[in-house]
Design a protein around this ligand. Structure first.
Ligand code: BES
Ligand code: ZN
Ligand code: ZN
Length: 489
């Protein structure tokens, strides 16, 4: 979909359909008033994300609670989703701003359009048709004057962030037999080529040399060998260096601690952290941000077989720590232990973030739509929370570490155990396990983001479709954008 800005008033734009947003149920606004009666007749009340198609009038209406970006983004996405499969090719929309100088709402509008336009039809024999061109008129809802150059920059940023999110969604939605570790490595290769990124791929031989005993154990029973991907955006004179580590479990069957049938479906989504890292690298390089960003992905398949690692095994991780395995389904933390150690060995970063669909406990604790953020120090954690809710519209909340929970991952025969001795606080005990593999330099610069809930939801919500959402991509991209402006670093 092509998005262009036009200085023509909304009525003068040549389009098959015009999108109208009803803000705070204001049916008297000049954009809405001519259709108010029809909308009432159709039963449209203007609730957030509610949509109403009036084909005779050539409009599609969506409700938004306010002009805030967190309301406009999902409203526009809902409107775009409603247009999927309809015969329209060209759409038009006015500009919406909450304040004359603030482009946040415009960015939300653009992101909503690109995110709502997304459809995953790789496996469908008939592909759904979608809008080819969206024209944004500079006519503004409140009559605010538009600085065309600044609006164009905002639109370009919104497109980059949302397209990177859609790129991640495609990876996560792809079936596990079509997306195994080597495919992830080849996907990174393609991205590195198009976006001029540096790339190193580690195969099992190199991993053995690096003493990655935890990752290699998880990978052992799969016919697909693991890959460790290091992909980096290295601009000249960067203002900061950030490392991102992603859990790339291309399938998580649970291993010998096999998942029950109902819990195994959707586990193709266990590569969401790694897929998000690729999406973020795409966004920061498309935006050419002056920050050095390193992505490290552990691409592994957790399977069963005669060669599988077992509960009772003792593994030695790259940093020398020994791990007692009591459950092979707590495999993400084992893979991350080695990838985190490798990332810290390769790069001394100003910030270190990991993204992982790590625990069902996080989903139980905070719900499907929110990420859990953990760390030893407030600074890296707060940066994620701010970039989440204030900037990107992604929901994230802190889960606090404490020393009592730390004791529950002690092992009687090894340095640490891969599951806790308590059945409570599972998201935090998993985070504390990762903390065992963070070195002194990175201790106060690290945060762990558990995206197990929002990464994959089997029903559309807000700006997200059924299936993969691309959780973490916009949030972490906004965090890096903020650091690139020299703010908060
Ligand atoms: N990949 C899962 C976590 C998960 C669950 C992600 C649901 C998305 C939705 C992870 O590897 C796992 O299985 N974790 C176990 C840990 C337990 C054995 C301590 C879990 O959460 O049950
Ligand atoms: Zn698991
Ligand atoms: Zn997993």
């Amino acid at each position: 979909m092509n998005i262009t800005l036009s200085t023509e008033p909304i009525k003068a734009i040549n389009a098959d359909i015009t999108l109208v947003i009803v803000i705070d149920k204001d049916f008297k606004h000049p954009f809405v008033k001519p259709y108010a009666k029809l909308l009432k007749k159709a039963g449209f009340s203007g609730n957030q994300d509610e949509v109403c198609h009036l084909p005779e009038a050539g409009i599609l209406v969506a409700g938004a609670e306010s002009l805030g970006h967190a309301h406009i983004r999902p409203a526009v996405a809902s409107a775009m989703r409603a247009l999927r499969g309809k015969p329209y090719k060209q759409a038009a929309i006015a500009t919406y701003m909450s304040h004359p100088k603030c482009t946040a709402t415009l960015r939300g509008l653009v992101e909503g359009a690109v995110l709502g336009h997304y459809a995953f039809d790789r496996y469908k024999s008939t592909k759904t048709k979608g809008i080819k061109r969206l024209t944004i008129s500079t006519e503004e809802y409140r009559g605010h004057p538009i600085d065309v150059e600044s609006a164009k920059r905002t639109i370009a940023k919104g497109i980059a962030a949302a397209e990177a999110t859609n790129y991640t969604r495609d990876i996560v939605n792809t079936a596990p037999d079509d997306f195994y570790p080597d495919v992830m490595a080849n996907t990174a290769k393609k991205l590195a080529k198009t976006n001029n990124l540096s790339l190193t791929i580690l195969t099992p031989k190199a991993m053995k040399k690096e003493k990655m005993g935890a990752l290699l154990a998880v990978a052992r029973a799969s016919r697909h060998a693991p890959r460790l991907i290091h992909i980096a955006h290295t601009p000249k004179n960067p203002v900061a260096t950030i490392s991102l580590v992603g859990k790339g479990l291309t399938y998580d069957s649970g291993g010998l601690s096999l998942k029950p049938a109902d819990f195994m479906v959707t586990m193709k989504s266990d590569k969401s952290g790694g897929a998000a890292v690729l999406g973020i690298l795409k966004a920061v390089s498309d935006l050419n941000l002056p920050v050095e960003v390193h992505g490290f992905i552990g691409a592994v398949e957790n399977m069963i077989g005669g060669d599988a690692y077992k509960p009772d095994d003792i593994l030695r991780a790259k940093n020398g720590k020994t791990i007692e395995v009591r459950n092979t389904d707590a495999e993400g933390r084992l893979v991350l232990a080695d990838v985190l150690a490798y990332a810290q060995q390769e790069v001394q970063a100003d910030y270190l973030y990991d993204l992982a669909t790590l625990t069902g406990a996080c989903v139980v604790g905070v719900g499907q739509y929110t990420s859990g953020v953990m760390g030893f120090h407030a600074d890296p954690v707060q940066k994620v929370l701010y970039a989440g809710e204030t900037l990107s519209g992604e929901m994230a909340t802190q889960l606090k570490f404490n020393r009592h929970l730390r004791k529950t991952i002690d092992s009687t025969i090894a340095d640490v155990c891969n599951i806790a001795s308590t059945r409570y606080g599972g998201a935090i005990t998993a985070g504390l396990f990762l903390g065992e593999f963070i070195d002194a330099h990175h201790r106060d610069r690290w945060a762990h983001i558990d995206i197990a809930g929002p990464a994959f939801v089997e029903a559309a919500w807000g700006e997200n479709p059924h299936g993969a959402s691309g959780a973490g991509v916009r949030m972490v991209t906004r965090l890096i954008e903020k650091i690139s402006r020299g703010e908060g670093h």
